[in-house]
Design a protein around this ligand. Sequence first.
Ligand code: FES
Length: 318
Amino acid sequence: MLAVRVCEVRHAALDVLSFVLAPVDGGPLPACTAGAHIDVALPNGMLRQYSLCQTGPALRLYEIAVLHDRDGRGGSACAHRDIRPGDTLMISPPRNLFPLLPTGRPVLFAGGIGITPILAMAEALHAAGRDFELHYCSRSPERAAYRDTLARSAYAPQLRLYHDSAPEAGRLDAEAVLRRAGADAHLYVCGPAGFISHVCSAARQAGWDEGRVHFEHFAAPAAVAPPGGNGSFELLLARRGLRVPVAAEQTAAEALLAAGVDISLSCEQGVCGACVLPVLDGLPDHRDVFLSPAEREANRCFTPCCSRALSPSLTIDL
Ligand code: FES
């Protein structure tokens, strides 16, 4: 982890604050590419992932933006309430699970706070002289973070803004946009789960293959327990010869940690992939948004922070 100082806290939109972070030791920050995020250790002990709004090879500052999610689990409320200029925070080096491909014409879609990695992508594409278009949807202009930055940018003509509160200005017809895009186009979408699913299904309707569709969730949709509630199951750790029971009210990750088995954890909501474990036998009940449809179908790995088992046990390569 890296210690950074909070240089500035800005109002970026209604319910959105942006935080500008500089390394405590004054040196350059680790290089990162558009779409990257960092883990931030919040003052309440939670670890949360935030996309970097600007990226590049030798940044002196990182900027993240946090939407106050009143229905969330407390991470964003803590960030808004407890992080002040001058505070020191611990962050991870950037990781990029949502990279831009070097070829193809990007069609960028952002919903709400999903603009953060998309803004970094637009900046990077413009700097590289690549053609792209950006469609940005928000509930109202006051809720559209970085609206002024985008409107003032040199690539403003490639930007379309849509606000639920101003439907007369035009509604997003994602399928029409994607039908118009050329055969070399690639879709990049970030935003709430419903927005991502809407745009991805529009891509399918428009005949796009999955290989040209790229998305990043910033929060997992709320997990829905099956009608009878969660069941218990058992983890069999093949290399250790250990059986770890997972009770109905605990996650597989909690059971492993309680049994003294060290595993990596970050988002703890099935978003980041930090906890993925290889499965040798058994049927996982995938509840994450990290694994691809093909990976879920193959059942060769699972995310113990949120996923469970459909079979009485799962044999793990641990
Ligand atoms: S800790 Fe992020 S997916 Fe499990």
